[in-house]
Write a new protein. Structure first.
Length: 338
């Protein structure tokens, strides 16, 4: 005869049955908690997170281009109020300058949303390193910080130092988004067992720093030329002096880049995809340098300067991607032997 039955409720519950002379048997029943079940339902696959990360990086690139459009068309003060265009009307109505500036704000809001989604997605993607999740958070926070910084820049009358900070911060955030995207690719396909030599990996970091200096000097040159953001904004420096420094920074970057290209060419059998990436980047660099020379000789038409900036942002994003790949190469970008 069954004398007693005791149940201890828990996520892993024990049900003990006993008779008067002692226990007969014990059965353990696995009971899943509702919270754990829900967590598994919202987990993202590496492939889906990779798509989200790449989409976020695309928006980060787009906001760089639209921000440059605002500056080069002298539309920085097209909307003198923030977040609306004017104190009386939140929407643009005055001129094409206001539409360009307001359009950039819309792209900015969508970019903030994209980086927020990427950060939240990183939290529910199993296997993603903690530092990548933190970098996704930094990417979102930096993108969000661009909104008040943009407002301060407008209210300051487009102070050239604030305009430069606004643009350079956008490039730093773009770099962070690209790093997250490359790590998402590695999470999906795994990483190659063999790593590039330490000397090359360190050299690639120096290459990235030299490119950042190149972009910074280009920003100074833009602030010293005919496109500082508005017709009423003072120039930052003498144009010819700024271009002189910018050309020297270009030479340093070119020397480092060619050194890395030769190194990979000599080892093309082991790292073919990385070499192809460097070759594609070289193609972008040649076009950008050609556009840069053409814009200088044609007295800097704004649309040609915009093309130059768009290629510069693409070169920056591509270089950051290659430097990240060099540190730890995703298996899909390495040869089968590595």
């Amino acid at each position: 005869m069954l004398a007693s039955a005791t149940a201890i409720p828990s996520t892993l519950s024990d049900y003990a049955f006993s008779t008067g002379s002692g226990p007969v048997y014990t059965r353990r029943v696995q009971v899943e908690s509702t919270l754990a079940a829900r967590a598994r339902r919202i987990e993202l696959t590496p492939a889906r997170f990779r798509r989200i990360a790449f989409t976020s990086a695309g928006w980060l690139y787009l906001i760089v281009v639209t921000g440059a459009t605002v500056r080069l068309t002298s539309s920085g003060l097209g909307c003198e109020h923030w977040p609306g265009c004017t104190a009386a009307n939140p929407f643009p109505s005055k001129s094409y300058h206001s539409f360009i500036e307001f359009g950039n704000r819309i792209v900015s809001a969508l970019t903030i949303a994209a980086t927020l989604v990427a950060w939240l997605a990183s939290l529910v993607t199993p296997g993603l390193p903690r530092w990548v999740r933190r970098l996704a958070l930094v990417t979102f926070a930096g993108t969000f910080a661009q909104a008040p910084l943009g407002a301060i820049t407008v209210y300051s009358g487009l102070n050239p130092w604030l305009v430069m900070t606004h643009f350079l911060l956008a490039l730093v955030i773009l770099a962070a988004g690209v790093v997250v995207a490359v790590q998402a690719l590695g999470l999906e396909h795994g990483f190659a067992r063999e790593r590039l030599p330490l000397t090359f990996r360190r050299g690639s970091l120096v290459l990235a720093v030299s490119l950042l200096a190149l972009v910074a000097t280009g920003t100074v040159a833009t602030a010293s030329g005919p496109h500082p953001g508005s017709s009423d904004v003072r120039r930052l420096w003498r144009l010819h002096a700024a271009v002189y420094v910018h050309v020297r920074a270009t030479a340093v970057f070119a020397a480092l880049f060619l050194g890395g290209l030769v190194y990979l060419w000599q080892r093309r059998g082991r790292w073919p995809v990385l070499l192809e990436g460097m070759a594609a980047l070289l193609f972008l660099l040649v076009i950008q340098m050609g556009v840069g020379e053409l814009q200088y000789r044609t007295h800097l038409p704004w649309w040609l300067v915009l093309v130059h900036v768009a290629f510069a942002a693409a070169v920056w994003a591509g270089t950051v991607a290659l430097v990240t790949i060099a540190q730890r190469t995703p298996a899909s970008l390495a040869s089968a032997s590595t």
